[in-house]
Design a protein around this ligand. Structure first.
Ligand code: G3H
Ligand code: 13P
Ligand code: ZN
Length: 312
């Protein structure tokens, strides 16, 4: 099946009260783990590529690996640029066959964000590609954007209707308390998301797909494996899965997960390196890393997002 756009995926997710997982891809093992899990569970999936991933793996290698995934599977897969920060990177991805791009203008003023987002939308729509914009700022480290906790700003519901209307975006990433990375809350802090803001936004733009970034749950199962095998990840805390389940039933149609995959891969590699110090064949430890990433993706699809059995 060829790559699909996110348009139909989001429409079905909105109506069906579930969300599509958008998983970050950086190498062959991660791509294999994600698409094998999604394929076995008959779930649509979004593979997303950051500019850091493009630098690490080379855009051509990533694109060809995704093409291999299309041959090996039979599910709707969208290829999405994560956190594009200027027109050029969005154009490069559109020109190379991505079916969706994010233009993250959240570090700019409202007017500059609109101007940049609109420019990308015009080019993308002329090429049949969907666009995700962002309003509000998440805490944590984004590619090329480092937003401290103090600078994080929740999305202002008063701005969303105007932003969507003037830019023509197809989906909107909002800030309601999620953040990037594995340290989302301080020890002793109770994790909290501003569902009141989400519901207000839903009222202002009914039927419009919302995106949640920074949605890893930082499963303690994998943190424990990492710690037991020499890692140091004290106080890693993520978004409780119940909150993501609730979000998936609302207008949230896309949930971004990267850190949980990094933790699973690291847990597998550390476990092998530590328990089998004589191993030096990368296939041995990457096999376990890939297995753990696949387990995480399957768990998200089935137990959190509810996108299993939704592939046509
Ligand atoms: O939101 C950021 C994603 O986790 C991608 O991270 O820019 O280090 O590839 P990266
Ligand atoms: P996490 O760091 O919570 O996995 O978020 C990933 C993300 O938002 C990618 O855009
Ligand atoms: Zn993000």
């Amino acid at each position: 099946m060829p790559l699909v756009s996110t348009k139909e995926m989001f429409q079905k997710a909105y109506e069906g009260g579930y969300a599509i997982g958008a998983f970050n891809v950086n190498n062959m093992e991660i791509i294999q783990a994600i698409v094998e899990a999604a394929n076995e569970l008959k779930s649509p999936v979004i593979l997303q590529v950051s500019s850091g991933a493009r630098k690490y793996a080379n855009p051509t290698y990533l694109k060809k690996l995704v093409e291999a995934a299309l041959i090996e599977t039979n599910i709707p897969i969208a290829l999405h640029l994560d956190h594009g920060d200027d027109f050029e990177i969005c154009k490069a991805c559109i020109d190379s066959g991505f079916t969706s791009v994010m233009i993250d203008g959240s570090k700019h003023s409202f007017e500059d964000n609109i101007r940049l987002t609109k420019e990308v939308v015009e080019y993308a729509h002329a090429h049949g590609v969907t666009v995700e914009g962002e309003l509000g700022k998440l805490a944590g480290i984004e590619d090329a954007v480092n937003v401290s906790d103090e600078d994080a700003q929740f999305t202002n519901p008063d701005e969303v209707e105007e932003f969507v209307r003037r830019t023509g975006v197809d989906s909107l990433a909002i800030a309601i308390g999620t953040s990037h990375g594995a340290f989302k809350f301080k020890p002793g802090q109770t994790p909290k998301l501003r569902f009141d803001i989400l519901h207000e936004i839903e009222k202002r733009i009914p039927g419009f797909p919302i995106v949640l970034h920074g949605a890893s749950s930082v499963s303690q199962e994998y943190v424990k494996i990492i710690m037991a095998h020499g890692g140091k990840l004290d106080d890693a805390i993520g978004i409780p899965e119940d909150m993501l389940r609730e979000a998936a039933k609302s207008a949230v149609c896309k949930i971004n997960i990267d850190s949980d995959l990094r933790l699973a891969m690291t847990a597998g590699i550390r476990e092998v390196m530590d328990t089998k110090p004589d191993v030096f064949d990368p296939r041995t430890y990457l096999t376990i890393g890939r297995k753990y990433v696949k387990q995480v993706v399957a768990h998200k699809i089935k137990e959190v997002l509810g996108s299993d059995n939704k592939a046509e």
